[in-house]
Design a protein around this ligand. Sequence first.
Ligand code: ARG
Length: 594
Amino acid sequence: MKKILDLITDEVTKAFTECGYDAKYAKVTLSNRPDLCEYQCNGAMAGAKAYKKAPFMIAEDVVALLKDSACMEEVEVVKPGFINLKLAPQSVADYLNQMSETEKLGVEEAEEPKTIMIDYGGPNVAKPLHVGHLRSAIIGESIKRIGKFMGHEVIGDVHLGDWGLQMGLIITELKQRRPELVYFDDTYTGEYPEEAPFTISELEEIYPTASKKSKEDEAYKEAAMQATFELQHGKRGYQALLKHILNVSVTDLKRNYANLNVSFELWKGESDAQPYIPDMVQKMKDDGFAYISDGALVVDVKEETDTKEIPPCMILKSDGASLYNTTDLATMVWRMKDYNPDELIYVVDKRQELYFTQVFRCARKTGIVKPETELKFLGFGTMNGKDGRPFKTRDGGVMRLEHLISGINEEMLAKIQENQKTKENLGISTEEAENTAKMVALAAIKYGDLSNQASKDYIFDIDRFTSFEGNTGPYILYTIVRIKSILHKYHDLGKNADNSVITAAHSESEKNLMLELSKFNAVIEGAFTDTAPHKICSYIYDLANAFNSFYHETKIMSEEDETVQKSYIRLLELTKSVLETSIDLLGFSAPERM
Ligand code: ARG
């Protein structure tokens, strides 16, 4: 469906051109004086010079024609030449009725769907998820959902950190504890056991223990490095252990991500890129891009227009070992080969921005990606505690994601149970209360994060995020639940509004709600183009406010005029659909009651 702003622009353009003015002056924007009008056009001022005419006169010419337009209720010239517009209530109602009939509430899918791969999550095997992994998961998931909604083929890849010293450390520690395991018997040629020799909680204890030991004990570190080397060069027993480590770890990660309503199409890791390294490096050398500098193999990536120094991209260390860079580049090799994406988006901590500049330039220069392949780095800021420093546990440790979430779940449950006491007994079972608490907690966390522009640092303020009032996830859910409850009451009376339509607004607050609803397709498109879920957040906050004002001023259930009441119900249904679709794009959902 055409965006409402474009429809208004069409009308205004017609008036400008019919008066003999250029269409380029017919630019319409949302009003910055909502007390005076809904939309405005400032083109008369812009055109004054070209036509050697006072802006006021140009505006009056245009307005004389616009006044007859069926979609305008009020058109006014304000000195020196502003054109203030108010839409005809009936035309807004028509727009909403049309919107309700489309499958995606007026959003049009892309005519030429793109294949987009999103690299997000980025957890490390055998290390528990901590708060540092939260933002990538939340933002990446939302961007993926928005892209799919717009009709694109979007593939999320978790890009597991499964290559490197942590594997050697785990193997070394396991060998010390249980040298009798068959994985350490070099003469063994049979099949290895199906069952892993450890559980996830053992694994999560083994890794930090080994990591600590390696920092204190040089020989231990040597052994871990040796084990890493042997693993990476194909030692059978170690490869079998790696499989176990991956399986156990990935099962646990999937459970954790599922709790966050986050999922991935691909569970590829750094290790999957390794087979592509030798050919990639050889090609870089053959094409003359890679050269030896101080013993290391590098590719220059600086450009003439750089205002700051961009160091060369290192491909291999002087001992021939590959690096984080090498893996990211080789990952692009298989992504291009297997999926040929039009666009690659990386949702990673913004402190890795320079690193990704190097990687992107190197990939372009050496032909790993095509000239037209879009590479986008979406760097996110740090999640800070109330003290303005990176979020920590009370004793200053790194906060495990699981603990953070269960803490908020408990807080939410207490709140919901407290709420129940003050209401008439809704008869909510403990099970329902617990489920509801989880849904509200997730909304609190995700909305708290997504409502900030991704690149900015933000303060993780649990008290504020979990509040049922203000610009929060729970407030949005509360609004949806309120709508659901009215609709239930209405349907319980045996009534329905299925064959009815939304009629022209009966009040200011209703018109305002309708105007907000009509912006939905433009907002979603904007959020997609700018990879900016926060635009959806600020939209649904405005929408929820508009709905609540309407609700407080309108007697819906006791409305005596059937047609009016039916129209209200249709409007509520549309508001509910728009809010629910929006929060689904943000990655959370609403309970039935709360
Ligand atoms: N595993 C990394 C970390 O924990 C993040 C990976 C980001 N993605 C990438 N393609 N480099 O910091």
